[in-house]
Design a protein around this ligand. Sequence first.
Ligand code: ACM
Length: 484
Amino acid sequence: MIPHPATQQPLPDETFTLTPDASIGSTDSAVRTIAERLAAQLRRSTGFGLPVRTGAGTITLSTDGADSLGTEGYELRADSSGVTITGATAEGVFRGVTTLRQLLPAQIEAAGVQDGPWEIAGTTISDAPRYGYRGVMLDVTRHFFTVDQVKRFIELVSRYKINRLHLHLTDDQGWRIQVDSWPRLTEYGGSLQVGGGAGGAYTKADFAEIVRYAGEHYITVVPEIDTPGHTNAALASYPELTADGVAPELYTGTKVGFSSLASGKERTYEFLADVFREVAEQTSGDLVHLGGDEAHVTPHEDYLTFVPKAAQLVVDQGKRVMGWHEIADAPLPAGTIVQYWGTEDEKAQALAVKAVEQGATLVLSPANRAYLDMKYDEDTPLGLQWAGLVSVEQSYDWNPATLIPGVPATAIDGVEAPLWTETLDDLAKVEYMVFPRLPGIAELGWSPESALDWKRYRDRLAGQGPRWEALGVNYHRSAEIDWA
Ligand code: ACM
């Protein structure tokens, strides 16, 4: 199972078997839809009727758990008489359901009816996460991904108890979220993508559907509007945002660090006030990510005044600020999350320390460990390698609590695995880079330090292969793993 639960004990003489007469019970309305969705999934591969009822069933979902389980914790018991999953919240129950699905045989994930038997070795589990932030990022700018593609991505990552989806929505190559007060951002700025093909953008209805579907999987969307660099698509759409008032061409290459909003113009901040307001309105979570990375053509003095002004515009919308670690050079508002994307360079580490000194917390995305767009090895046909090759072991075998010298463990909110899509123009390619590395990052975010061990993890990861085959996931069959 991935992530490894906090505690698990076998019940040696007990086996649960899901049989045709089974039912799914929910003790309260808060978990009724979770029960209905579980039933729908299990019906596909078992062919059983699996009625959903109020009260106890063969599989019972309940929010009667102790508050000490926390928002995401749950207890699961599987024995000869049935399965119970108990949380203190519906979210905890949902995390427990992801565990139940992994306890069942891999064929449970098949799209059509399979033979079974559908057995689970008797067990009790008591589980809760190590970190509250366990994210994945999808770059929908370099290549655009449709709502349906993003939904499949959400469904696949939710299986590993990921709870944040960071969407990188704006960059040099495209602006992908509708802003009614600045319509050319998507109409023109979203029209292309890397390589020059047609891009795309999410309407407000599209984005609402992504937020809703993520929410159904207890995943909060973190929208990123990258500023002041990575803004060519905005500058091309509205020349008033450039320093010289001249619109650049749309850009479909893959260089970084050449664009900047005009940090000295009042119009820039009027623009950002509108953008952050409309983006905040489309967001159910408490974070808006303002980017801040690689602003190489923004004079540094200007950058240091830009970041607090932009951050204040996010705070004005009642949201907390998130940004890449470069923003820590500037004063940050209370509650800011700084996203570390350094490798082992001292400059990045110093900025992480500076972030913590000003009261910010950190989400860790070390590029040489957690960047899902790095090649696995020299032979990987996709991806980049500026941060090195990131094998499955390299991505798993590190400790968030001790990664950055001088940063205390208490300052770490969690981990996030970013996927940049310069080389990835379809979902099969995305899946190839995400699987099998994402489950390892998810485990670093969820499981207790004592459960983390590369050799034993390898064996558990091998067990995911048949599940991905049943789901049609285009995973990389890395030679590091003895796939079953
Ligand atoms: C980044 O990779 N530029 C955050």
